[in-house]
Write a protein that binds this ligand. Structure first.
Ligand SMILES: NC(=O)c1ccc[n+]([C@@H]2O[C@H](COP(=O)([O-])OP(=O)(O)OC[C@H]3O[C@@H](n4cnc5c(N)ncnc54)[C@H](OP(=O)(O)O)[C@@H]3O)[C@@H](O)[C@H]2O)c1
Length: 228
């Protein structure tokens, strides 16, 4: 049994990761921001807004074996409508939140696996994705740098999903037309679901991936690398 800390475990991908880890018999400590859903008493939830002062609960275990950082955003706007302030806020949510938490928990991580979240928008240029691509590009750089600095005892990887059905992406999958169009854009003819991404994250967190570090895992139905 391992101890896992999941930041953003109350919705979408993070909620599914928390559920799978508990099903595997691990102790799971997950944060929520706006959606406290106490529907799984095995997951120990606590409140955290990474845009405020970050104070983790003092009852977290002394040893943390795995860490996942899920807060993120999908702000799709033409470049001229994006402001310096919105870029900075996005960076704070996607990147600085993970940096600050890692600084606090690294002393508790002796041998561990860290999973961060990037996006397909880094590998594949897509219009209106400038802000998310900038923040997630920083996550990919952080993944590479930290994997070097923390080896050999701590592994650091990131997952770069394509469109995955969660509350975050709901606006992109509202109508039948949107759902069909988005499914067809992917070589595997569907958009992702939380299980697709959470099972990849649980693999990276587990000892099954013990020779994998410094990688960006593209879980995207082939969208980033295959031309249709
Ligand atoms: N869904 C996609 O299509 C997609 C595609 C590419 C990359 N990603 C990335 O995958 C990751 C997970 O996305 P998701 O779709 O599962 O998102 P989601 O459903 O919105 O879940 C995000 C989680 O982060 C928490 N969170 C949000 N803002 C926070 C804040 N200020 N402080 C602390 N926690 C906060 C949320 O808490 P509450 O719900 O309690 O507020 C929730 O638990 C993100 O980094 C996202 O950028 C997603």
């Amino acid at each position: 049994m391992k101890n896992y800390l999941v930041i953003g475990g109350s919705s979408g991908i993070g909620k599914q990761i928390s559920t799978l880890l508990v099903e595997e018999g691990h102790a799971v400590f997950s944060s929520y921001n706006t959606n406290y859903i106490p529907d799984n008493k095995d997951i120990k939830y606590f409140y955290l807004n990474v845009l405020d002062k970050i104070e983790l609960p003092d009852w977290l275990p002394e040893q943390i074996d795995g860490f996942v950082y899920c807060p993120g955003s999908i702000t799709l706007k033409p470049f001229h409508r994006l402001t310096k302030e919105s870029f900075l806020k996005d960076y704070e949510l996607n990147v600085l939140g993970s940096v600050e938490i890692l600084k606090q928990i690294l002393p508790r991580m002796k041998s561990a696996s860290i999973v961060l979240f990037s996006s397909i928008a880094v590998q594949k240029g897509m219009k209106y994705h400038a802000q998310v691509a900038a923040s997630k590009g920083a996550i990919e750089g952080l993944t590479h740098a930290l994997s070097a600095e923390l080896a050999p005892n701590i592994r650091v990887n990131a997952i770069a999903p394509s469109l995955t059905e969660t509350p975050l992406s709901a606006a992109l999958l509202k109508t039948e037309q949107q759902r069909e169009g988005n499914a067809k854009r992917h070589p595997l003819h569907r958009f992702g679901n939380v299980q697709d991404i959470a099972s990849a994250a649980c693999f990276l967190l587990s000892d099954k991936s013990s020779w994998i570090t410094g990688q960006i895992l593209h879980v995207d139905g082939g969208f980033s690398t295959i031309n249709l």
